[in-house]
Design a protein around this ligand. Structure first.
Ligand code: GLY
Length: 298
């Protein structure tokens, strides 16, 4: 099988001053995941490695620098799914004064650990306790707030290019597909809100027989159309992932009039992506490319 990896940095509006940061961040994420794939690592390991890079980069709405909720807190959701149809997800809001003194730097890594557990979806304090128990990198919740997001929240500025969710899909040499997604949700979202990102079929999906998908956009639009699974279903009949991705976004736009994007890899290692926002940061790498291809517009 041909190892392949694709990441997205969110369907959003990218102002001119942020184009370079989006390209650099997505390229670095692909390089991290690609290094895992070409050294014989699994698709899930590659997705985790790439997603961790995006979570650590305040350019993106995930991990450090995620958008802030109604209470001025970072609440993170992340999920990962392997094409074997095992799946794990976490959505650890840090509500009010409860266990909110602690944060999780890389929720994608905790989601990956949950893949081997039951229950499969842990939220709020339960997710945080699990993260502590499994030795995840914890921090003060304030440590995940970036200056720019704090200023926007405090001054109630219009947020132009902040959301949306980041994600990754990878195919490894043994033919296993994995998809991952990570987010801070929507700006000033109600404390405790959980969007599509942690919900299998909506924020992500992977099936080794067909393909893998990670989505980005407004959860309230993505959830009703089960966007990731819808995109995977459009891959049947060997349809090219670019066409399948576009069909999924068209279906969302016609049914719920939302803004979203998605990335796909099919079982042959072909990549596709589509969005109906102004921009979507995206980068990919496969055998035969001499360097990562990175874009903010198609
Ligand atoms: N796609 C991220 C969210 O709606 O929470």
């Amino acid at each position: 099988m041909i190892p392949t990896i694709i990441v997205h940095g969110g369907a959003k509006t990218i102002t001119d001053d942020k184009i370079a940061a989006n390209n650099v961040g997505c390229t670095a994420a692909v390089e991290a995941g690609w290094a895992v794939l070409i050294s014989g690592g699994t698709a899930a390991e590659a997705v985790e490695a790439a997603t961790r890079v995006l979570e650590a980069d305040p350019t993106f709405n995930a991990g450090l620098g995620a958008t802030l909720n109604s209470d001025g807190e970072v609440e993170l959701d992340a999920a990962i799914m392997e094409g074997s149809l095992s799946w794990g997800a976490m959505a650890p809001p840090t509500p009010g004064a409860n266990a909110a003194v602690q944060g999780i730097r890389h929720p994608i890594s905790v989601a990956r650990k949950i893949m081997d557990e039951k229950p499969r979806l842990l939220v709020a304090r339960g997710g945080e306790r699990f993260a502590v128990d499994c030795g995840a990198e914890m921090c003060k919740k304030e440590d995940l707030i970036a200056e720019e997001q704090w200023q926007q929240w405090k001054e109630d500025q219009e947020v132009i290019d902040r959301p949306n969710t980041i994600g990754c899909v990878a195919l490894d040499a043994s033919g296993v597909l994995a998809a991952g997604t990570s987010t801070g949700g929507t700006t000033k979202q109600q404390q405790g809100r959980v969007g599509d990102t942690a919900i299998v079929g909506c924020g992500l999906y992977a099936d080794n027989k067909i393909g893998g998908c990670s989505t980005t956009g407004d959860g309230e639009s993505i959830i009703p159309v089960v966007l990731a699974k819808t995109a995977i279903d459009f891959l049947t009949g060997d349809r090219h992932p670019d066409e399948a991705a576009q069909m999924a976004i068209d279906a969302l736009a016609s049914k719920v009039k939302g803004e979203a994007g998605c990335i796909l890899i099919d079982r042959q290692g072909r990549v596709g992506w589509a969005y109906n926002s102004s921009h979507m940061a995206c980068a990919y790498m496969t055998v035969g490319q001499d360097k990562v291809a990175a874009f903010t517009k198609k």
